[in-house]
Ligand binder design. Structure first.
Ligand code: C2E
Ligand code: MG
Ligand code: MG
Ligand code: MG
Length: 279
């Protein structure tokens, strides 16, 4: 868009960019209050066995219901929270909601909830201690929580954080490398970092091509060779399921089974009712 100002002077502006800046300001103004007002909600998306479609876990994904009714998705605010450092509070809020869910529904010991932790959060001085404090508070078994860290965060891991992740694995936490294959030198990371799970980035399925199908197959084989679990994100169609079966990819996550939904709805739809504790 162009708006004429005066006679000879033209200013170009982009309405989208202006909207974006206005929204960013609103987010920064409201974020500290949002936590106290319980505006962040954990949604859960099922993770399943590809061969049987049995639900084996869920990923916790945050949504923000602002007080003006606006509903925000993580891509609208996570990077702003990271710049501010506030992401640390948010990540732990979602972890708490995950632990509360595990307790409320007395979920099976082999059912895990994957919680996303920002690079900022894992570098926080109190990360290790607070993680243990929260699990202790809800008496959550370590095996019920999976820690998800996006691939790119492993590139700038400090020695201290690296040691902490190692220690957490020794204690029995499962650590997943999220969005695997989306960054640069992913293979190099496999040599220098040890994690338990590779989550193949949804891009390879969502923007499927013959080449990308072969790449998924290669990542599955690498994971198996290195004795890691592997799960493919972005499973949207029956066709995607068929492909993953052909490639022997054991686990999947995506709209084909369900979008991320509210925790209570998840429990009603996907948890065994006999497991529920009442009161
Ligand atoms: P992610 O961890 O890779 O999560 C998967 C994203 O893919 C989610 O987007 C999910 O809704 C979406 N998705 C799931 N199935 C499908 C599918 O079949 N097709 C397509 N096209 N998309 C699918 P969402 O919920 O918008 O989250 C975006 C990202 O925000 C997440 O990517 C994660 O990196 C980050 N995020 C979400 N919650 C948190 C949080 O509590 N803390 C932190 N630090 N980051 C979070
Ligand atoms: Mg994730
Ligand atoms: Mg991610
Ligand atoms: Mg991902």
């Amino acid at each position: 868009n162009a708006k004429a100002i005066g006679k000879n002077c033209m200013i170009w502006y982009d309405q989208n960019l202006l909207d974006r800046l206005n929204q960013d300001n609103l987010i920064l103004k409201q974020m500290h209050r949002a936590l106290a007002q319980h505006q962040f909600q954990m949604y859960l998306q099922p993770q399943f066995e590809v061969s049987t479609l049995k639900i084996i876990g869920a990923e916790a994904l945050v949504r923000w219901k602002m007080d003006n009714g606006t509903f925000l998705y993580p891509d609208d605010f996570i990077s702003l929270f990271e710049k501010d450092g506030y992401i640390y509070e948010l990540d732990f809020e979602i972890l708490e909601q995950a632990c509360r869910f595990i307790k409320t529904y007395n979920v099976a010991s082999d059912f895990s909830i994957s919680v996303n932790f920002s690079r900022v959060t894992i570098h926080h001085k109190q990360f290790y201690q607070r993680l243990h404090d929260v699990l202790e508070k809800y008496k959550t078994p370590i095996g019920n929580i999976e820690i998800e860290i996006t691939e790119s965060a492993f590139h700038d891991l400090s020695n201290g954080s690296r040691a902490i992740l190692l220690k957490l694995r020794e204690e029995g936490f499962t650590i997943a490398m999220d969005d695997f294959g989306s960054g640069y030198s992913s293979l190099n990371l496999l040599d220098s970092i040890s994690v338990d799970v590779l989550k193949i980035d949804k891009f390879f399925l969502v923007e499927r091509s013959q080449k990308r199908e072969m790449i998924i197959g290669l990542i599955v084989d690498i994971a198996k060779t290195l004795d890691m679990k592997v799960i493919c994100e972005g499973v949207e169609t029956e066709d995607d399921i068929d492909l993953l079966r052909k490639l022997n990819c054991p686990l999947g996550q995506g709209y084909y089974i369900s979008k991320p939904i509210l925790a209570q709805q998840f429990a009603e739809q996907f948890l065994n009712h006999e497991r529920e504790i009442h009161g």
